[in-house]
Design a protein around this ligand. Structure first.
Ligand SMILES: NC(=O)c1ccc[n+]([C@@H]2O[C@H](COP(=O)([O-])OP(=O)(O)OC[C@H]3O[C@@H](n4cnc5c(N)ncnc54)[C@H](O)[C@@H]3O)[C@@H](O)[C@H]2O)c1
Length: 356
């Protein structure tokens, strides 16, 4: 039977990622045949379709987005991701939140902070009956991300942390969500065509075939606001998270570097990721790989977000609380516990089936 239940979601940050996500909800809303749903990992998860996801509230701080209907705000500058589809009026007005550290030194000339009065975020969450808050703030907004996690706790909402700020992987936050009997998942969403996943898979494949990897790097350049913010504030943390993750693909020590490098404005929301792999095979004969992956950043989060929100709804229905490890390990680069890809996939599949 058709599951008509709603997954009521509040978006924090109406940037590029939110834009692609909202467009994706529209794009897939009336599609369910395999050939109509190209680009989706799971058309249904359990019995939930992406059309079960309903955005009920949204928050930003940019004057070109605040006070606008979400359907308009997602296309407002400085958002520069692709326009994929027309989005009809959503009847969700973007509310003004506190800026805190949401705007960094490098992005202050790009973001125009709204002068409208700040909304009472907890009241908006409660009135809209939001059950899940999705954090899509700039990665450098550490205080702002923590502040919204706090509001989610007060308003009794589950929290999805798509940013690299440590929330789900922080024991104190995990405990607080556990005590509040609310699900928490994160940190740092995995892309559908993920450079880190591709890198790990290549390294594993080569290692499995007896190649000894000696040196490898993965560096990328992008042109979205987030790439600029990364340059100013989160380059080091992103490098640490990605490097640790890539290192798990090898069972021995090699020289590994993985991270973001630079901002190139004319790339718009495109991202170019460069991979270099050097190793030794039969009789220590050297080999090397030089690769480039080109993607558009924001749509790369869409399919994973669809899965995460439906999985968190399943956790809510089962009254699960605290960090939900099967979701965090499957869909995030920095979960509280890193797992090999196959283990994370199996744990997630078992969770959806109700076996964990
Ligand atoms: N493929 C992906 O796009 C992807 C994948 C993994 C993780 N992420 C993470 O998702 C987050 C969002 O990425 P993005 O590309 O959409 O960034 P973005 O810079 O385009 O969007 C951020 C939005 O947050 C708003 N904002 C800033 N401070 C705020 C505040 N205090 N309150 C409310 N809104 C505020 C900005 O005005 C902007 O609209 C980043 O942390 C990024 O690392 C994205």
């Amino acid at each position: 039977m058709l599951n008509l239940s709603k997954i009521k979601v509040a978006l924090v940050g109406v940037g590029n990622c939110a834009s692609a996500f909202v467009q994706g909800l529209q794009y897939y809303s009336d599609r369910e045949k395999e050939e109509e749903c190209i680009g989706l990992r799971n058309i249904f998860l359990g019995d939930l379709h992406s059309r079960n996801i309903q955005i009920v509230a949204a928050f930003d701080i940019d004057s070109r987005k605040v006070g606008k209907d979400l359907s308009e705000a997602i296309f407002a500058p400085p958002n520069n991701t692709l326009k994929l589809v027309d989005v009809p009026n959503t009847n969700v007005t973007v509310h003004n939140g506190p800026v805190l550290d949401g705007v960094g030194e490098y992005t202050k000339n790009i973001v125009r902070v709204s002068r409208l009065s700040e909304a009472n975020v907890v009241d908006v969450l409660k009135e809209s009956e939001a059950e899940i808050v999705v954090n899509l703030l700039p990665s450098g907004g550490i205080k702002a991300s923590q502040w919204y996690a706090e509001q989610a706790l007060v308003a009794q909402c589950a929290f999805v942390n798509a940013t690299p700020v440590f929330i789900a992987s922080d024991a104190e936050w995990a405990k607080r969500f556990e005590e509040a009997e609310l699900p928490l998942v994160g940190d740092d969403l995995i892309d559908q065509v993920g450079a880190t996943t591709l890198h790990k898979t290549l390294l594993k494949l080569l290692s499995m075939h007896g190649v000894r990897i000696t040196e490898t790097y993965q560096l990328d350049v992008g042109g979205g606001t987030e790439s600029l913010d990364t340059l100013g504030r989160t380059r080091d943390i992103k490098r640490e998270v990605k490097t640790k993750s890539v290192e798990t693909a090898l069972q021995y020590k090699a020289d590994v570097v993985a991270g973001s490098t630079d901002y190139v404005d004319f790339l718009q929301n495109r991202r170019d990721s460069y991979f270099w792999i050097k190793g030794l095979y039969f009789c220590k004969v050297p080999m090397q790989i030089d690769l480039r992956l080109s993607t558009v950043d924001a749509p790369n989060a869409g399919s994973t977000l669809f899965d995460v929100l439906r999985a968190v709804k399943i956790a809510l229905n089962r009254k699960m609380k605290g960090v939900i490890l099967p979701i965090s390990a499957y869909a995030f680069k920095h979960p509280p516990q890193l797992m090999p890809i196959e283990t994370a996939e199996k744990t997630f599949a078992d969770f959806i089936k109700g076996n964990t």
